[in-house]
Design a protein around this ligand. Structure first.
Ligand SMILES: C[S@@+](CC[C@H](N)C(=O)[O-])C[C@H]1O[C@@H](n2cnc3c(N)ncnc32)[C@H](O)[C@@H]1O
Length: 372
């Protein structure tokens, strides 16, 4: 009896995944199409099947350039899953030149200083799931959840390898942890705000990093959280309530010269909008929808955001610039131009976090300090 049931589940996964590919072909980004479709059909599909559908869709875009577009969607999905199986068991059977030619779009080599072979290999693996425990509670949480391994960089950053739906655990409901990629956690740790300080998370979005900054501040001091999107700020407020984060003030900021407050800050985080190339392992569809013009348009936005917040630092205050991307224009070039244009701020550090070194997203983080 096991065998036919298994085959039925597999064909249902492929049929559902094929339906989602149609939505993607009609213009919906794959992550959005999955989110919407799986929410709509959640009463008809078991959690394991939903995981299988997501996996099949993402695997399809991870191996997209290896597939034959004349095949049916189901046949392409099955071929992609087979390529994934082969890569996971024998990565050496894929030549580095093939990965360089097919895993990323052709224009990328002109926008990055290098395409490390180890990074291209990492792009073809399934991404790791990271959680962030409240400060100082990583070891205890890991024991309770099981199947967790702490990152060398932080005992509160846990790589989770289990299959439980973490959103349904009592620990999550009680606000004891967040799902947050390791690279994002390292941004919060690089900022390192202290209890009682005054910080501004200028591109706070749905508040992933705001929650972390508040936790590091032990809920003491003041944290401004701004974004151009009121919808995202609404989500931030709901998350903050669950995580019992109270020391923040949310305000809309369009990114222009009209700032949300005249306050001077001990620290400002600009987690800027970017092409997100550092997230291409997690969201492989974006490899095929991002264009070089996005790189240059976003680099201009990033430079403007930094310019506009720079005057809001106290003497000695620190500015942290973070982008989850790896192009030269959005990372080192933005940082170098900002340093030249702002002699009142001294550069403190700049680092690129690579996915193959972290088993997480890629990220660029630069820090300056306002001279006293
Ligand atoms: C990388 S996301 C922020 C993610 C967030 N910090 C987190 O950790 O969850 C960048 C954010 O910048 C916002 N944004 C985009 N353009 C902006 C602009 N011109 N001014 C202010 N915010 C902007 C977007 O709405 C988005 O939420």
């Amino acid at each position: 009896m096991e065998q036919p049931r298994l085959i039925m589940a597999e064909s249902s996964i492929l049929n559902n995944a094929a339906r989602i590919l149609k939505l993607v072909q009609a213009g919906t980004p794959a992550d959005q199409a999955l989110r919407e479709s799986l929410t709509q059909h959640r009463h008809f599909t078991a959690p394991a099947e939903r995981r299988g559908i997501s996996r099949a869709v993402f695997t399809h875009y991870r191996w997209w350039r290896w597939l034959d577009e004349n095949d049916s969607a189901q046949k392409q999905l099955a071929a992609a899953l087979e390529l994934q199986r082969r890569f996971d068991t024998n990565p050496a059977s894929f030549k580095p030149e093939a990965l360089a030619a097919k895993a990323v779009p052709d224009w990328l080599k002109d926008e990055m200083d290098a395409l490390p072979a180890a990074w291209l290999g990492q792009l073809q693996r399934e991404p790791a799931l990271w959680i962030r425990a409240k400060a100082g509670t990583g070891a205890a949480l890991a024991k309770r959840l099981g199947q967790c391994m702490a990152a060398p960089q932080s005992p509160d950053a846990l790589h989770y390898t289990g299959i439980t739906d973490l959103y349904r655990t009592p620990e999550f409901q009680a606000g004891e942890f967040e799902i947050q990629d390791l690279a994002s956690q390292l941004v919060g740790l690089a900022a390192g705000p202290k209890p009682g300080e005054t910080w501004w998370d200028a591109c706070a979005g749905e508040g992933g990093k705001t929650m972390h900054l508040s936790d590091l501040m032990r809920n003491k001091g003041l944290l401004w959280a701004s974004d151009r999107s009121l919808r995202r700020l609404g989500k931030l407020k709901a998350r903050a309530a669950r995580a019992q984060v109270f020391n923040f003030r949310a305000a809309q900021w369009e990114g222009g010269t009209r700032l949300p407050t005249k306050t001077k800050f001990d620290g400002i985080l600009v987690d800027a909008p970017c092409t997100g190339i550092g997230t291409w392992q997690r969201n492989p569809h974006a490899r095929w929808t991002t264009a070089p013009k996005d790189v240059h348009e976003l680099a201009a936005v990033q430079a403007q955001l930094l310019d506009h917040v720079a005057g809001s630092l106290k003497p000695g205050g620190r500015l942290i610039y973070a982008v989850c991307t790896l192009t030269r224009a959005e990372t080192t070039a933005v940082a170098a131009a900002f340093t030249v244009a702002h002699p009142g701020l001294e550069p403190v550090s700049a680092q690129t976090l690579w996915p193959h070194e972290l088993n997480a997203n890629g990220m660029f983080i630069a820090t300056w300090r306002r001279k006293s």
